[in-house]
Write a protein that binds this ligand. Structure first.
Ligand code: ZN
Length: 677
């Protein structure tokens, strides 16, 4: 077997020794090798079965993945000019290789031959069904000139989506605001003040430095009494990577978005779909664009009255208590926090001292220990890409190794915003090999300041649980073939089930007793504060629901209604969607789509609705825990067996029904959100 030219020293990548200039030659080598081996394989006796075709191909794909996944990850979390150049140089080559595989008719026929054989196991059959479907979606049956066009479009889309993400990162880093007069920061909590001070000091400046990274942006919008400062920062944040961005217009994503939409539409039509939504749904649980539109609009209709009440209450409160002028977009979070404090007598900041990172991790590991029998232990001395990154090992109730994960928790420059899980190594177990999954878990929390541990808000604890749920899906898989193990091969609108269900436990009293511990006294969150947290759980849930539905409808409609003669109509469609569902109307200069990386550079294109779709599944699945016991080990074991371990080896609906005993209903989601259907 060929060793991995980029990471030659064993199963884990040696991140600190990666030389960006070594990336492209290594990927070239791997691709050349893969091409040669594939040609040899297809030249051999034309009598293919599972062992002689699928297994060798899974190994070729896995080798490439193990080389590329760490490079792609580093490009996201320690971005630099040389790495970015190497990454971008490889993108078209990888895109071409993937297209070639999809267009390889001999390979397609070989898969069909294997699929026609008797005696395949259900997971093997699922892998082959997916593969044949994907050949079709890659255009295997297209004439040559259309295949060439497909390849060119795929390559161009890979380049444009990467550029979108680069522009957003560069714009985010280009803006900062130095504050010398403390008075301008009145209202901000001490955690934020310390961070701003540390940020200034790191750049050799006095005073306080605000940036557009989340740990800086969010507290200003929530707490800064200085309305002008909030307006200034809001204006910068919502116009990132647009023609209106105050720190420069060289990162404008406007033309890129148009190009992406146009190319996606053309790609869909090449394959015989009416639009990109049809193509997107071909691999999802939802069956038609209309079904998704109806689903989103039904939720909007049920949530709207409550959202309107919430906004009216907020406006009245701001006017009566603070003599505030009519609410603008930069006032919403600020007065919402004031109202929350008055109504529930606590602030998100009051919770921070109870959630120091070491305690939260211990509590999280405790929860998955009780639910799934897992033991999680940190491994020291593992090579990583940053001193803050840690590495852990996951063992099951029998002491058997199940997987590993890297944990990279804190915001820093040159790191993409948001939180996500990605796979580093996939489980692969056949042909005398057994390879355990490795995950990347990435967040952008407030870093530790001075000697103080990082203190999380409850929202951040929830985010950590969410990403950990994705991680469990990846790491606990017992499916031996990477193409259908972990999150691979899972319908995208079901992939948020394991992540969203995990969020529930950080609201449970029993879990919080262990999750929380005051960073100085060690005292867990007091009953009184817990009661307030619970009571405030659905604060503004109507407005939040509509916001998510606005994003989802917007994403669906720009892909559904794309018309080459009229262009993307991105902002006109956004305006129509807002007229239909939004209660909060952002100002005209809001350039939200220019930074909507989920759909323009992530995997959520014509699929953002998946969050809500999967929330129906996750809320309903969690209601079984509510019925039989939040920590019931039997239910935990069933969830692990039917969902987490199965990956994409069966249809998501079949797995859900096996766990829940019936198909999903929307009731639990509405109940959990406090919305009376
Ligand atoms: Zn997620």
């Amino acid at each position: 077997m060929m060793s991995n030219p980029l990471w030659p020293h064993g199963p884990l990548p040696s991140f600190s020794s990666l030389r960006p200039e070594a990336v492209e030659p290594a990927i070239d080598d791997l691709l050349e090798n893969n091409r040669r081996q594939l040609a040899e394989l297809l030249d051999g006796p034309a009598d293919f079965d599972w062992q002689s075709l699928v297994e060798p191909l899974e190994i070729l794909e896995d080798r490439l993945h193990r080389a590329w996944a760490p490079v792609s990850h580093l490009n996201s979390v320690v971005n630099s000019e040389p790495l970015r150049a190497a990454y971008n140089a490889c993108l078209p080559k990888l895109s071409d290789y993937a297209t070639e595989l999809g267009h390889n008719e001999a390979l397609y026929l070989a898969y069909r031959q294997v699929a026609s054989r008797e005696g395949l196991t259900p997971p093997q059959r699922k892998l082959l069904d997916n593969a044949l479907r994907d050949f079709h979606l890659a255009g295997v049956d297209l004439p040559a000139e259309k295949k060439a066009r497909f390849k060119a479009i795929s390559q161009e889309l890979a380049r444009l989506t990467a550029k979108f993400s680069e522009n957003l990162l560069d714009a985010t880093m280009a803006w900062s605001r130095a504050i010398e007069d403390r008075v301008r920061l009145a209202g901000l909590p001490s955690t934020a003040m310390e961070l701003f001070h540390q940020t200034a000091a790191q750049r050799g400046q006095e005073g306080w430095l605000l940036t557009l990274e989340m740990p800086s942006y969010l507290p200003v919008m929530t707490y800064a009494d200085d309305r002008e400062l909030r307006r200034e920062m809001y204006t910068a944040y919502v116009s990132r990577a647009s023609e209106l961005f105050p720190a420069g217009t060289q990162w404008d994503n406007g033309a890129i978005m148009e190009q992406i939409l146009g190319l996606r539409h053309e790609l869909a039509q090449l394959l015989g779909c009416a639009n990109y939504v049809e193509l997107s749904l071909a691999t999802k649980m939802a069956t038609s664009p209309q079904q998704v539109l109806d689903f989103l609009r039904d939720l909007a209709r049920r949530s709207r009255p409550q959202a309107e009440r919430e906004l009216q209450e907020l406006a009245d409160f701001a006017r009566e208590r603070f003599a505030a002028p009519p609410l603008e977009a930069w006032d919403i979070a600020y007065y919402a926090e004031k109202l929350r404090q008055e109504r529930y007598a606590f602030s998100q900041e009051d919770l921070r001292p109870y959630f120091p990172v070491p305690r939260v991790l211990d509590g999280l590991f405790g929860v998955v220990g009780r639910l799934f029998g897992l033991h999680i232990v940190e491994t020291q001395g593992i090579d990583t890409w940053h001193p803050e990154v840690r590495f852990f090992e996951v063992r099951d109730a029998h002491g058997a190794l199940r997987g590993h994960f890297y944990l990279d928790l804190y915001a820093r420059p040159n790191k993409r915003g948001g939180a996500w899980m990605d796979d580093c190594v996939n489980r692969l177990a056949f042909a005398d090999r057994e390879q355990w999954p490795v995950a990347f878990l990435t967040c952008n929390f407030t870093p530790p300041v001075g000697d103080k541990p990082s203190l999380l808000t409850h929202d951040e604890v929830e985010t950590l649980f969410h990403e950990f749920g994705h991680g469990l899906h990846h790491m606990l898989t017992l499916i031996d073939y990477p193409a259908i193990g972990g999150i691979n091969g899972v319908a995208w609108d079901a992939v948020e089930l394991p992540s969203q269900i995990m969020e529930n436990w950080c609201w449970e009293r029993e879990a919080l007793a262990r999750l929380s511990g005051h960073w100085q006294s060690g005292e867990p969150i007091p009953d009184e504060l817990y009661a307030k947290l619970r009571a405030a759980k659905n604060f503004h849930s109507g407005m939040q629901m509509l916001r998510q539905l606005e994003f989802a409808l917007f994403d669906l409609r720009i892909h559904l209604e794309y018309d080459p003669t009229r262009g993307g109509r991105i902002y006109p469609i956004l305006e129509e969607v807002r007229q239909e569902v939004a209660v909060v109307r952002p100002p005209a200069f809001n350039r939200f789509p220019h930074g909507f990386s989920h759909i323009f550079s992530g995997g959520y294109a014509a699929g953002y609705y998946s969050y809500k779709w999967a929330e129906v599944l996750s809320a309903d699945a969690f209601s079984r825990f509510e019925e039989e016991g939040i920590f019931d080990p039997g239910v935990g074991a069933a969830f692990m067996r039917e969902i987490l371990e199965k990956g994409g080896s069966e249809d998501a609906m079949a797995l859900f029904v096996r766990f829940r005993g019936r198909p999903p209903t929307i009731d639990a989601l509405l109940r959990h959100s406090g919305i009376a259907g």
